[in-house]
Design a protein around this ligand. Structure first.
Ligand code: CAA
Length: 386
């Protein structure tokens, strides 16, 4: 069962219960079908908005719940134990676009976007990567050029989660010029909405896992963006994206731990029922050792996540903690789902049982919001940076 490093408060337990009940009643009955059909149910956004879950980290003045980071992550883990596709939609929306507008937006931008985002009337997305710029995010090529008071954007963004439904997309584009390239400092952040002329949704990826979370390319073709959609300072967009990913990576860690927790529970109960050689397989040490290692990994990853959540709320520098937490949690998800399949044997390899989906969903947590290799680079760099 989920536990915290320090006991959760009554309010935290209440939010956890709300998340669990919502996941059991509104998500669990549909998850297998949504996965099979690669279907994203738009009514979920409305329902999660009504619950306050799309404004978990926003202050009450913008219609948010104003939760602390630990409470948010505990709720996110609960949702992820049932459906990791729903969890990534929540994680991206709550950790990236809403937080970017809250932190760097003008009063006008906050008023225009944050309340509808908190209510679930607008879903947020984050567009940093491009077909040729993945781990090397600063090499992105989407170009923004000044035209009077507006900007004209051209380029293609890739791997955009919630992209078919994205109503407010925080997109990074170059604002330096070919004659004066400034690397990471030549990138700015823009608030994009789908009605802008020149915006179109491109290829929807046919993914191994997280199939109920639509991942798309976005095309900007001479897209005219009003000047008041620039976020913060020109040339600071890459820094904003990196600082925001320090938050986002905690959300992905909570998602990964939810996946691992679910795999552990399914494997433990299957091992108690499944009989071979005349007794339940949980009686065999080979299985006990696997379950013990799985439980230990989940507990360790959760402990680090909860420590990071409280460090973040104390205002500590999060780059290294976030990278460590995401790395441990995603490798835990992969290791635990792999062992869960092994415990299920052949039944783990077919779609009749949910561990097969958990295994597919786990893999991407080692890839998106920075691969495990990038997390190791970030952790190692931070060792020498202070
Ligand atoms: N916080 C604040 N500033 C940061 C920072 C951070 N965490 N990381 C870097 N910066 C700053 C640096 O200090 C530097 O600033 P100065 O110009 O003042 O020196 C500037 O940003 C450039 O930094 P680097 O020189 O370190 O840049 P780099 O090109 O070497 O790249 C990297 C660093 C860590 C490899 C980075 O590119 C990275 O994180 N790559 C992975 C990208 C990623 O996570 N993509 C995920 C996309 S979102 C997604 O997955 C989809 C989804 O919707 C779920």
């Amino acid at each position: 069962m989920a536990w915290a490093l320090t006991p959760l408060t009554e309010e935290q337990r209440e939010i956890q219960r709300v998340a669990r009940d919502f996941a059991m009643h509104e998500i669990a009955p549909h998850s297998a079908k949504w996965d099979r059909d690669a279907y994203f149910d738009p009514s979920l956004v409305e329902k999660l908005g009504a619950l306050g879950f799309l404004g978990m980290l926003l202050p009450e003045e913008y219609g948010g719940l104003g939760l602390d980071t630990l409470t948010y992550l505990v709720a996110l883990e609960e949702i992820a134990t049932v459906d990791a596709s729903v969890a990534v939609m929540l994680s991206v929306h709550n950790s990236l676009p809403t937080q970017m507008i809250l932190r760097w937006g003008t009063a006008e931008q906050k008023k225009r976007f944050l309340e509808p985002m908190a209510r679930g009337e607008m879903l947020g997305a984050f567009a940093l990567s491009e077909p040729e710029a993945g781990s090397d995010a600063a090499s992105l090529r989407t170009q923004a050029v000044r035209d009077g008071g507006d900007w004209i954007l051209n380029g293609t963004k890739a791997w955009v989660s919630s992209g078919t439904k994205g109503d407010v997309i925080l997109a990074m584009a170059r604002t330096d010029t070919p004659d004066d390239r400034r690397g990471a400092r030549g990138i700015s952040a823009f608030i994009i909405t789908p009605e802008l002329p020149g915006y179109s949704v491109g290829k929807k990826e046919d993914k191994m896992g997280l199939r109920a979370s639509p991942t798309v390319q976005l095309h900007f073709s001479d897209m005219r963006v009003p000047g008041n959609r620039l976020l913060g300072q020109p040339g600071s967009g890459f820094i904003y994206a990196m600082q925001s990913l320090d938050n986002g990576r905690l959300g992905i860690a909570a998602q990964a731990i939810g996946i691992a927790e679910a795999a552990l529970r399914y494997a433990a109960s299957y091992a108690a029922e499944r009989k071979q050689f005349g007794k339940p397989i949980k009686e065999f040490q080979a299985i006990q050792f696997k379950l013990a290692d799985m439980a230990m990994r989940v507990a360790s990853a959760r402990a680090l996540l909860h420590m990071s959540a409280t460090a973040k709320d104390r205002g500590e520098h999060m780059t290294q903690f976030s990278a460590m937490t995401k790395l441990l949690a995603s490798e835990t998800a992969m290791a635990v789902t792999t062992q869960a399949i092994q415990i299920f044997g052949g039944y783990g390899y077919v779609k009749d049982y949910p561990v097969e989906r958990l295994f597919r969903d786990a893999k991407v947590t080692e890839i998106y919001e920075g691969t495990s290799e990038i997390q190791r680079i970030v952790i190692a760099r931070e060792l020498y940076s202070h």
